[in-house]
Design a protein around this ligand. Structure first.
Ligand code: AMP
Length: 414
């Protein structure tokens, strides 16, 4: 059980608290097109500012090669000010922690909020260099890690800085991610069902391996299912297939049987003449996939079987769509799984990336218990890896009350 010091364990009044957020939001021509990650950071920011901390926010955005005005965090400061209905001072500074940032921090009074410039404007950031880590620490008394999306990366602003401040803790978002992706998955209420989909088996091998030791039922759909269907001895036509993973798929089917895990694979599939949203399509059983067609979604019978397994679950975790949900004709399997999860009397967890996008686009976002903000980070967590950005944080006292799931910030994830 992961138990980290959190912000409720801190005395923050009058202290300078550096908070690593994940403000790596999509932008088009300087306009933020999706602010979920900013909204998800609000509970931590509001709590710290409300307790009289001097809140210094930092984050990376994109992959700049040096200073790049197109990747400045200025628009994030503006959006934060709107959402918080409070002034968030942006510290424009090519050095990130240079003269401007130091002066903005020096001018702060209790409850003030400052946002630093994109941490990746400094090349040392991604190398976890000591000098920049020390600079970040020099403007703070306490470090709070709330950037789950980058917790799998050991960078100056996620890991290096921890060594040079006197106290560290996780923010509410990190705490929630750890609680659901870590603690709930490792200690689930049963039956525990995991659903894996998406394009490639090879991306999810370590996740399958790890989850087979924990779940009662493992459902596999999406493009990755065709490698399993091939392992059952069927032709899969032009569907996604990783020939070099067929033996692995066989091994996993055997492992599931040995462990008493119900491994549910598609029994029918929606095949299409080509990869096109309007292509001719039909539903066939696994033994009838035409050699020149491709499977782009699970079939109706499969959707029913998967939904039935989800209905009785008490914990469900899902990573990867059941088909090409971006095309309406091939979204039904993904919709069926999302709907079954929304209707289930269970703790429902969406493991980030494309499944989070699918659930939100299809309108089921507010029906899930937790939608992870991490893509790569949630996958690594589900692989059972220890994430450096979590490891670096001080341990908690161990007597914390149960996590509050609703903090009432209107962020959409609480
Ligand atoms: P991943 O990032 O591995 O979770 O994969 C997500 C992508 O897998 C989405 O863009 C889906 O369109 C795609 N996908 C899901 N099922 C299929 C399929 N049967 N054939 C091709 N692509 C698929």
């Amino acid at each position: 059980m992961l138990n980290k010091k959190n912000i409720d364990d801190l005395q923050v009044q009058g202290k300078r608290v550096l908070v690593r957020c994940d403000f790596n939001v999509p932008m088009e021509n300087g306009v933020i097109t999706d602010d979920v990650r900013i909204r998800s950071a609000l509970p931590t920011i509001m709590s710290l500012a409300g307790k009289g901390a001097r809140v210094i926010l930092c984050s990376h955005m994109g992959k700049p090669k040096g200073v790049d005005p197109a990747l400045s965090l200025k628009p994030v400061a503006e959006r934060l000010s709107q959402l918080l209905q409070a002034n968030v001072t942006f510290a424009p500074d090519d050095e990130v922690v240079g003269v401007n940032a130091r002066s903005a921090v020096a001018d702060m009074t209790n409850g003030d909020i400052v946002l630093l410039e994109n941490t990746r404007f400094r090349a040392e950031e991604t190398k976890n260099g000591e000098a920049f880590s020390k600079e970040l620490a020099s403007i703070a008394d306490i470090f709070v890690m709330d950037a789950f999306g980058t917790a799998h990366r050991a960078h100056c602003s996620t890991v290096g800085v921890c060594e040079f401040v006197s106290e560290t803790a996780v923010g509410y978002l990190m705490e929630k991610e750890i609680d659901f992706l870590g603690n709930t998955v490792n200690n689930p209420e049963r039956p525990f069902v995991a659903i894996l989909g998406g394009a490639k088996v090879s991306d999810k091998i370590a996740v399958i391996d790890n989850l087979l030791d924990k779940v009662d039922t493992l459902i596999i759909g999406g493009g990755m299912a065709y490698t399993f269907i091939a392992a059952q001895g069927h032709g899969v036509g032009k569907s996604l297939l990783e020939v070099d993973k067929i033996d692995y798929a066989k091994e996993m089917m055997e492992k599931a049987e040995q462990k008493g895990v119900a491994l549910l694979l598609p029994v029918d599939t929606v095949v299409s003449e080509k990869f096109d949203r309007d292509a001719d399509h039909k539903t066939v059983t696994n033994d009838q996939i035409p050699s020149d067609w491709m499977g782009l979604d699970i079939g109706e019978k499969t959707s029913q079987i998967f939904a039935e397994a989800i209905k009785d679950a008490k914990t469900v975790i899902w990573n990867g769509p059941m088909g090409v949900f971006e095309f309406e004709n091939f979204a039904n399997g993904t919709i069926a799984v999302a709907k079954a999860m929304a209707d289930a009397d269970a703790t429902t967890i969406i493991g980030g990336g494309d499944s989070a996008a699918a659930v939100n686009i299809l309108g089921f976002g507010n029906k899930m218990t937790h939608i992870s903000t991490g893509g790569g980070a949630s996958l690594e967590f589900l692989e059972g890896k220890e994430l450096p950005g979590i490891l670096a944080i001080d341990e908690g006292s161990g007597d914390r009350p149960a996590l509050q799931k609703h903090r009432g910030c209107g962020c959409g994830s609480c």
